[in-house]
Design a protein. Structure first.
Length: 220
């Protein structure tokens, strides 16, 4: 799932109006924490976090945010945000300034999904970006590490989330390893039992040929 837009949302300050994610994990948690730290003035800013980047566009009191793989660059994600912004304002206008949490999620999450897929996978998306001016201004957008934005306690919590995830994966690995070990042990036991049975059968056949079926070798 590399080089794609993986998550996006639209909010008014910290009030999320619509969002869509095609990944699991703590992407949504991080995005919501970014919202807590954003100044409510028109701005563009990007944040790095591991192998991902969070791109933010704030316009007329509404925040548009998306997360993409770091290798996807900034030009197309910001073209995506501009496109989403235009569609959102055309649909809801000033009504968004009074909307409640997730009021537009049912309708607009589908738009987010469609546009994420388009800007991630359609070759024409890059051509559209160039036609609209190439988004040259992205070169001047400030990039910050997410850890500089979050408080120390929040960074620790995100680290704990990541550690818990790794611990969970390690537990699953150990569990599967034990299952495989037990499976191989039972397989070896069955093989040994089968060999012993075969040896006993062969021994009986040899003795039966020599002494008869009743195995009375010493009796006349």
């Amino acid at each position: 799932m590399s080089s794609k837009i993986l998550f996006s949302l639209v909010s008014r300050a910290k009030v999320v109006l619509a969002e869509y994610s095609c990944v699991s994990g703590n992407a949504i948690t991080i995005a919501h924490r970014i919202l807590d730290k954003l100044p409510q003035v028109d701005t563009r800013v990007s944040y790095t976090q591991d192998r991902h980047m969070y791109h933010v566009l704030v316009s007329d009191g509404i925040t548009f945010l998306c997360m993409s793989e770091e290798g996807f660059g900034r030009k197309i994600p910001y073209a995506f945000l501009e496109d989403v912004k235009n569609k959102f304002f055309e649909t809801y206008g000033n009504a968004a300034l009074n909307a409640v949490s997730y009021e537009y999620n049912t309708e607009f999450s589908r738009v987010l999904q469609q546009q994420m897929d388009y800007f991630s996978n359609d070759p024409n998306a890059d051509a559209v970006t160039r036609v609209r001016g190439g988004m040259a201004e992205v070169k001047h957008i400030m990039i910050e590490n997410i850890e500089k934005v979050l408080e120390r306690g929040e960074r620790i919590e995100l680290l704990v989330d990541k550690t818990d995830h790794l611990s969970s994966e390690a537990f699953i690995f150990r569990k599967e390893a034990r299952k495989l070990k037990n499976k191989m042990w039972w397989k070896n036991v069955k093989m040994i039992v089968l060999i012993v049975v075969l040896l006993l059968v062969v021994l009986y056949i040899v003795l039966a040929l020599s002494c008869g079926p009743a195995l009375r070798c010493g009796k006349k």
